[in-house]
Design a protein. Structure first.
Length: 315
């Protein structure tokens, strides 16, 4: 069973891999989603990440992912054993980014309904709209925390400046503080997080859950040429990493994988877990084999040589 850790400034205990629920209701139908969730949960993992807007880019409808997770928890009767993170504020077909009071109050109730629960463990500002005063957003979070609808709040795509302003506003007004950050961070996307966010993570003692942990599949090693990219519907997203640096990272991953009898995806996740500021990477799986890759990451101990090699090629 995976060893649990506690999200900072909270009482939420989680296993060190977070399941990314953006695959539910498009890549995976309800039946396959249930099978994947069962295997993830039965292996001792308990944190599922989703968002109000997940799968609108395919179906045109928001909430498909939350609805599947809600049905699964209801069918299994395990809500009290699962940690659910969902989000508010992203744009969708008919609306821009929005973290106003009105939008948050409407969205949280809709998320609760789809998830078939009366509380959300971790509620994220998914995207900042850069215009709503942070005080308005945080006062609304205060309202829904006091109402018992949300336990803790977190931030994802919020600028360092607005993040800092948010912490100052929380402290000044007694509003809830963000306890976690969900940044874009992996072996081929290090600069922004390490230069703009890491100091804030340390200053405000935040837990960190990186998204795109495997760089849209690039770090699995399956995209090594233009031909590989063309073979997959999702290959386009990995195209920007097909350069000298990206291929250098893959070569280092191959070397470390061979040494440990592992694979590039597991090594990439283990590298994230070895970073002192990272709590748990967010990653999706659509098959039993992919799940095994995730499950192996917390068990893989990278030594100083492995970490130095990966650090040098990915800088």
């Amino acid at each position: 069973m995976a060893k649990k850790t506690t999200i900072k400034n909270s009482d939420l205990e989680i296993a060190p891999i977070v399941f990314g629920g953006n695959v539910f209701s498009w890549t995976l139908d309800e039946k396959r989603s249930f099978e994947i969730l069962d295997e993830f949960f039965n292996h001792g993992f308990n944190f599922i990440d989703t968002a109000d807007i997940y799968s609108w880019w395919i179906t045109g409808e928001i909430g498909g992912s939350e609805a599947i997770i809600g049905k699964w928890m209801k069918a299994r009767g395990n809500r009290d054993k699962v940690i659910i993170g969902t989000k508010v504020g992203s744009e969708a077909k008919e609306r821009p980014h929005d973290i106003s009071r009105k939008h948050i109050l409407k969205s949280v109730d809709e998320s609760l309904q789809r998830l078939q629960t009366d509380y959300i463990d971790l509620y994220y500002t998914h995207f900042d709209d850069d215009k709503t005063p942070v005080e308005e957003t945080l006062a609304t979070y205060d309202e829904i925390v006091k109402a018992g609808k949300v336990r803790y709040i977190a931030a994802s795509n919020v600028s360092p400046e607005r993040l800092t302003t948010s912490f100052e506003a929380s402290e000044k007004n007694g509003f809830p503080q963000y306890v976690a950050l969900q940044p874009h961070y992996n072996l081929v996307e290090r600069t922004k997080y390490e230069t703009e966010y890491l100091s804030l993570v340390e200053k405000y003692n935040l837990s960190v859950f990186p998204y795109f942990s495997l760089a849209v599949g690039f770090l699995t090693g399956k995209y090594r040429s233009e031909a590989d990219i063309k073979k997959s519907v999702r290959g386009e997203g990995a195209k920007r990493y097909l350069n000298e640096k990206g291929l250098g990272v893959l070569a280092a991953l191959d070397e470390v994988s061979k040494k440990h009898g592992s694979n590039p995806a597991t090594v990439s996740l283990a590298w994230l877990l070895a970073q002192p500021s990272v709590t748990a990477p967010i990653v999706s799986a659509t098959s039993h084999n992919q799940l095994q890759t995730l499950f192996a990451a917390p068990e893989l101990h990278l030594d100083a040589h492995d970490l130095e090699l990966l650090d040098n090629v990915s800088k």
